[in-house]
Write a protein that binds this ligand. Structure first.
Ligand code: ADP
Ligand code: 5GP
Length: 201
C-alpha cells in the first residue's frame, strides 16, 4: 500500500494556515487533519477530538515524558503536540495527513521525518498580518503585538529556507490554488506513483 504523505502547514499566527487547511480538507480526498493535543482552553465552537484534544498540563507533561509526541512546543503560552499515533496511523493506512503546526514543531519534524512536505504560509505584508489578526481578535483574547514580534522571528530567511514551499497568502483564491497544486503535484511525484505501479505488476 502507498505510504501516506505528511503535509506540514506552518507560519505565523494570522497568516492563514487554518483557512487554507480547512478548504483543502473539504476539497481533497484521502487527506486527514492531524488532531493535536493542547493545554489551551477550547474556543467557542471547537469540538474536543475534532479540532484538538483538549488536555490538562499534567496529562500533556506525562505524554511528553512517555515520548508520545512526534513534536511538541510552547506556543503563545500554551502547549501543543502532535501525537505519535496520529502520525503513524495515517502513514501506515496510506492516508495523507495535514498538520497545522508552528515553526518550532515543523523544525522538530524536519529532524525526525525529513520526508514530510514543508509548506510555509506567509502574509503579503506585516500591515496585512496585523489587520487580519485584529479582525479575528473580536473578543480581545490574544496579544497582537506579541504575535507580531514572534511573526518577525518566524519569517526570518534562516527559518524560511527550511521549507519546500512558501505560499504567499494575498488573494485567498490564488493561495488556495497554490496549496492545492502543491498537494496534487506531490502526490504525482514519480517515486510515489512508481511505488504503486510496481505493486500492481
Ligand atoms: P492562522 O490559522 O494562520 O492563524 P487564519 O486562517 O485563522 O490564520 O487566518 C487569520 C484571519 O485572516 C482569519 O480571520 C481569516 O478569515 C483571514 N484570512 C485568511 N486568509 C485571508 C486572505 N487571503 N484574505 C483576507 N483574509 C484572510
Ligand atoms: P491556535 O491556538 O490558534 O489554534 O494555534 C496556535 C498555534 O499553535 C498555531 O500556530 C498552530 O499552528 C500551532 N499548533 C497547533 N497544533 C500544534 C501542534 O501540535 N504542535 C505545534 N508545534 N504547534 C501547533
Amino acid at each position: 500500500m502507498r505510504k501516506g504523505i505528511a503535509f506540514i502547514v506552518s507560519g505565523p499566527s494570522g497568516g492563514g494556515k487554518t483557512t487554507l487547511a480547512k478548504s483543502m480538507l473539504h476539497e481533497l480526498d484521502n487527506l486527514r487533519f492531524s488532531v493535536s493535543c493542547t493545554t489551551r482552553k477550547p474556543r467557542e465552537g471547537e469540538v474536543d477530538g475534532k479540532d484538538y484534544k483538549f488536555i490538562s498540563e499534567a496529562e500533556f507533561e506525562k505524554m511528553a515524558q512517555e515520548g508520545r509526541f512526534v513534536e511538541h512546543a510552547l506556543v503563545h503560552g500554551n502547549y501543543y503536540g502532535t501525537p505519535v499515533e496520529e502520525f503513524e496511523d495515517a502513514k501506515a493506512s496510506g492516508v495523507d495527513l495535514l498538520l497545522d503546526i508552528d515553526v518550532q514543531g515543523a523544525s522538530q519534524i524536519k529532524q525526525s521525518y525529513p520526508e514530510a512536505i514543508f509548506c510555509f504560509v506567509m502574509p503579503p505584508t506585516f500591515e496585512i498580518l496585523k489587520d487580519r489578526l485584529s479582525r479575528r481578535n473580536a473578543n480581545g483574547e490574544i496579544d497582537i503585538d506579541q504575535r507580531l514580534v514572534r511573526a518577525k522571528e518566524e519569517m526570518a530567511p534562516s527559518v524560511l529556507e527550511q521549507y519546500d514551499f512558501i505560499i504567499i497568502n494575498d488573494q485567498l483564491d490564488e493561495a488556495l490554488e497554490t496549496i492545492h497544486s502543491i498537494i496534487i503535484s506531490t502526490r504525482c511525484q514519480s517515486k510515489r506513483v512508481l511505488e504503486k505501479i510496481k505493486e500492481n505488476l
